[in-house]
Design a protein around this ligand. Structure first.
Ligand SMILES: [Ca+2]
Ligand SMILES: [Ca+2]
Length: 187
């Protein structure tokens, strides 16, 4: 709560107790970085702002701001879900494979939502020898896939990576995993 209060105050430059038009611009850019510059997302953005502005006065007071932040959080979950569905579709892993990969992912991250490159390499090391060459190749693929700010993998990123490694049979991993084309087992 304190953090949200501080965030709210930081947008309310003139300390009027609410965030009005000019102040809203900065808030939108911070809170909706993707939407702020995407004309197609503009109607959705306007709708979200309108929903948050309960008394329709064009400004957000603190309680309206809290409502907005809740919507943003829900949207974040939704976007993540959409990403995951899309990636599962794209990688064509079966639902069994996806659940196997999910338990591997969660085991490596100890239940966290993000995986580090180092943990990924450690996970891979029993399957492919992690010499300089393999290690660099994995890093290069990793940075192509991961979100550039966090440099971490979420679960869909992890699936994309596994799809790529299996497809190119990275360091002969399919043989090591005894995984032929007809043998549809993830791990
Ligand atoms: Ca203000
Ligand atoms: Ca209002």
């Amino acid at each position: 709560m304190d953090q949200l209060r501080r965030q709210f105050i930081s947008y309310d430059w003139d300390s009027s107790g609410d965030v009005s038009k000019k102040e809203l611009v900065q808030l939108i850019v911070d809170v909706f970085p993707d939407m702020a510059h995407d004309p197609e997302k503009r109607p959705l953005l306007l709708q979200i702002m309108k929903d948050a502005d309960a008394d329709n006065n064009g400004r957000l007071d603190f309680s309206e701001f809290l409502q907005l932040m809740r919507t943003v959080e829900d949207l974040g979950d939704l976007t993540q879900l959409q990403k995951e569905r899309q990636v599962i579709d794209q990688t064509q892993f079966t639902s069994n494979e996806v659940s196997e990969f999910r338990s591997i992912f969660l085991e490596v991250t100890k239940g966290e939502a993000r995986m580090s490159l180092q943990d990924f390499k450690e996970m891979m090391s029993p399957i492919c020898p992690m010499g300089d060459r393999n290690s660099h190749a994995i890093s290069a693929m990793w940075f192509e896939i991961c979100d550039s700010t966090s440099k971490m993998f979420d679960f869909p990123d992890f699936l994309l990576m596994m799809r790529r490694l299996l497809d190119i049979n990275f360091a002969n991993m399919n043989q090591r995993l005894h995984r032929g084309p007809q043998h549809r087992k993830a791990w």
